[in-house]
Ligand binder design. Structure first.
Ligand SMILES: [Zn+2]
Length: 81
């Protein structure tokens, strides 16, 4: 398996503040970042944490979301007079 390290365009290193010095790659569901200007390295798990799973209780699901009724969008054409 070939690991491709790519520069992140526009990314600023949180340690040295240099732009376009960060390389990123993914290995075993971990996203790594590395700065070529200093020794900064960072890793972040790409797998979702288990507590994100929604509980099975759906008691309030029959109640309509009030935001659905505030969808008043002004679509009037400013040129139409
Ligand atoms: Zn750096």
């Amino acid at each position: 398996m070939t690991i491709v390290k790519r520069f992140i365009a526009g990314a600023v290193c949180p340690r040295c503040g240099e732009m376009d010095k960060l390389k990123a790659w993914t290995e075993d569901d971990i996203q790594y970042r590395e700065c070529v200007a200093c020794d900064f390295t960072d890793e972040m798990s790409l797998t979702a944490p288990p507590e994100v799973a929604e509980p099975a209780t759906r008691v309030n699901q029959t109640q309509a979301d009030p935001r659905d009724e505030i969808q008043v969008v002004n679509l009037m054409d400013p040129k139409a007079k």
